[in-house]
Design a protein around this ligand. Sequence first.
Ligand code: C2E
Ligand code: CA
Ligand code: CA
Ligand code: CA
Length: 273
Amino acid sequence: AKAAGRNTFAIFGEHMDELLRRRRKLEQDLRLALETRSQIEAFYQPVYSAEHHGLSSMEALARWKHPEEGFIAPDIFIPIAEEIGLIHELGAKMLEDACSVMADLPFISMAINASALELGSDGYPLRVLSRLAKWNIDPTRLEIEITESLGFGGEGRSDRNITILRNAGVSIAIDDFGTGYSSFSRMQKLAVDRIKIDKSFIDTVEGGSKPLIEAMINMAQAKGLKITAEGVETDEQRDTLVALGCDSLQGFLISRPLGRAAVIDLYNGTKKQ
Ligand code: C2E
Ligand code: CA
Ligand code: CA
Ligand code: CA
């Protein structure tokens, strides 16, 4: 048993070494990618407006094409960027990409995702607004999606930054709504423009979550907020969610996230129809 234990430990130790090595390498590669402004770019997921019966906005989502590993998912590299202090560079790159698409498609609006670290940092509103000004883009065309992950200690500053951005015309959406334990209380307190109901609820709308979704929609409507359903994959989900009062739908049923050229073609085509 003793020998087996030692072996197990040796294998476990080797495994840890390998994991740490991979992690260090990813950090270095991410640093290089962000410093050289290469490999990482925005993809864009079209958002369907039930109100306008068409595509009127999109969400920018970060994609990292690693030279050896291929595409690495944002769920992997965003937390690393936050940990090594490069999330601000990543956010700036995403906003720059988003602005360049907005400049090419003057009739659409755009959502970007902000890390709680960005939102809670001094000067974030000014950085966003001066980037928009540089591209001559009206701030009302930009929406910033925030999550309610707390624990960064910047809540007061986040709320002040949100106020500054909203006063300048930028919209704020609460992303992954319903997943955080403070969703409802945060929505009551915080002045925002939209909630995005998390995919986990949409997945089960035909199952048990319909009453929950109804409760979210009732509260949001009472506060005058707009409502997006995320991760819509079937016709049935779409029909139910529109009937319940979601004004915007996003998900693979409408489109997967697309590269810059594809999304510009799609929206130009849509406009001509
Ligand atoms: P999110 O903001 O909730 O984005 C929605 C995610 O769901 C995206 O994954 C999107 O590709 C995926 N999705 C959309 N519709 C469907 C669907 O119908 N079915 C399924 N199965 N998935 C769908 P993605 O692009 O992998 O992004 C994951 C998360 O990474 C995002 O979740 C967001 O929290 C974060 N993220 C992505 N880009 C950025 C960024 O530029 N900055 C920050 N801070 N976070 C980002
Ligand atoms: Ca989002
Ligand atoms: Ca989301
Ligand atoms: Ca998410």
